[in-house]
Design a protein around this ligand. Structure first.
Ligand SMILES: Cc1ncc(COP(=O)(O)O)c(C=O)c1O
Length: 476
């Protein structure tokens, strides 16, 4: 496509953009159980207006746009207060959970560089359930990830196992509240004790849980301490654009003190250009996400969030009970809030996800690990809470359909993978396998079960290669 010679009309543009959405999944109808977190129509409207009012303001320079400094410090303080930070706690708004996590890891790395220069290969210790954003941070920042296995029954890491992994190169401990995959909270208080004993930084990833769990706590649910209440916790990530119901592009990274946070900030006067001082990864950035987050927090207020959390928790409990009542399915672990996953010992859950997708539902396939089964993930939020009964009805029917279906021949796939691994040119053999799995070219796959089956059986590095090649082809 080229830039058109002369511009299109507003009507043409908006109609074309709308048409592009034709094949998107129906999140507005409440059939997508992940990715989107929408509040009620009134809140969404206020948020949109606020977002648009600051669309063009640039968060690069608070001296030119003090309004954005005010919005950021207000939002950060509201979240710090929710998460029991004291007057010394500080933080920043970022573009999302991944950026918050990458900044927390960078801060730990640069603090160690300054205070422990003898460490040449810094290491961070994280549970197997920690989000992939930590691996991305490790990859970008040259920090070695030391992964600790979790209890396969509870999906929680054990503080003693974390402690056993500490050595002279360790700079950071990591845990989740909750983990995305199974929605369980690691033993934060116990890991906090380990962090203090070894004088280590300890980051809690509360990207999904920070806000929702805080309001559950205010509503009287029993929630273990997971935030700055735990003395050993030195930083937290907490997203506004998930269970804060803000528009995309807004998370917080929070530190117990400025003494830690200062390692996050980057300044550069070494060029012929303007003085650059960036607390976050982005430099120029729209004020829209700041204003959207500020607006939704102030519009909903504590009462609004409590109502949302109550509605979502009732729906999530109904859904978990309904899934557990289907004999072929079982919920994994004991989810702490409204996110959970389920597995099956008798049918292929990837085929089940495909059957559900034919009816418009999005359930997210997750791979097995040596200790844990393949499973499907569900995140209940305000925008889909009303459709849990309909989802359960279709889930029960789709289980019966999959039971009657030809199962995928997993042994044959394992043999193909084995042959590719032995081949004289494994890269070409795996490229061929990717084509036959339907994971190649510029078309999006319509069914995922076979692809997921192949990928679940691949060794991780080869699976990652598959996925990288897939995107390398898809985005032309
Ligand atoms: C626990 C957790 N941490 C981090 C992230 C990454 O957040 P984002 O997608 O906003 O970068 C996610 C995303 O789902 C998450 O669930």
């Amino acid at each position: 496509m080229n830039i058109p010679q002369s511009g299109l009309s507003k009507q043409e543009i908006l109609a074309t953009l709308q048409a592009f959405k034709a094949h998107d999944m129906d999140w507005q109808g409440g059939k997508v159980f992940g990715y989107t977190y929408s509040p009620n129509a009134d809140s969404a409207e206020v948020m949109k207006e606020a977002y648009l009012a600051f669309l063009t303001e640039n968060g690069l320079d608070p001296t030119v746009f003090p309004s954005l400094l005010k919005l950021e410090t207000d939002v950060v303080r509201m979240v710090i207060n929710l998460l029991h930070g004291d007057a010394n706690a500080v933080g920043h708004l970022t573009s999302g959970g991944t950026e918050s996590i990458m900044l927390a890891v960078k801060t730990a790395r640069d603090k160690a560089r300054a205070e422990k220069p003898q460490i040449t290969q810094p290491e961070m210790i994280l549970p197997k359930t920690a989000h992939a954003a930590f691996h991305k941070a490790a990859h970008y920042l040259s920090v070695k990830p030391v992964v600790v296995d979790i209890d396969p029954a509870t999906f929680k890491v054990c503080a003693e196992d974390m402690e056993r992994a500490i050595n002279e190169n360790t700079i950071l401990l990591i845990a989740s509240a909750p983990s995305y995959a199974q929605g369980v909270i690691d033993p934060i208080a116990e890991i906090g004790v380990v962090a203090q004993k070894h004088n280590l930084l300890f980051h809690v990833d509360a990207c999904v849980g920070g806000i929702h769990l805080s309001f559950m706590r205010k509503l009287g649910y029993e929630i273990p301490d997971f935030d700055f209440m735990v003395p050993g916790v030195t930083s937290l990530s907490c997203d506004l654009h998930k269970y804060g119901y803000a528009a995309k592009g807004c998370s917080t990274v929070l530190y117990r003190s400025k003494a830690i946070r200062k390692y996050q900030i980057f300044a550069c006067t070494d060029t012929t250009g303007y003085t650059l001082i960036n607390p976050t990864m982005l430099s120029s950035k729209s004020g829209g996400p700041y204003a959207g987050a500020w607006a939704i927090l102030n519009f909903l207020g504590e009462e609004g969030y409590k109502q949302i959390v109550q509605t979502v928790q009732s729906a999530a409990q109904k859904l978990m009970d309904g899934v557990s009542a289907i004999p072929e399915l079982r919920v994994l672990g004991q989810p702490a809030m409204c996110m959970f996953s389920f597995a099956s010992d008798s049918l292929n859950v990837y085929q089940l996800a495909d059957e559900m997708a034919k009816r418009g539902w999005y359930l997210q396939g997750q791979f097995s690990t040596p200790l844990t089964p393949r499973n499907l993930h569900i995140s209940v939020s305000f925008g889909n809470a009303h459709s849990v009964e309909a989802l359960l009805k279709d889930l029960r029917e789709c289980v019966e359909i999959v039971k009657a279906k030809e199962p995928i021949d997993s042994d044959a796939i394992k043999m193909l993978i084995g042959a590719a691994l032995q081949s004289p040119d494994p890269e070409a053999a795996f490229a061929q396998l990717a084509v036959s799995a339907g994971l190649a070219g510029t078309e999006l796959p319509s069914e995922m079960a076979f692809i997921n089956e192949v990928m679940d059986n691949l060794p991780d590095p080869i699976c990652n290669m598959f996925l990288i090649n897939f995107f390398n082809d898809l985005y032309v």
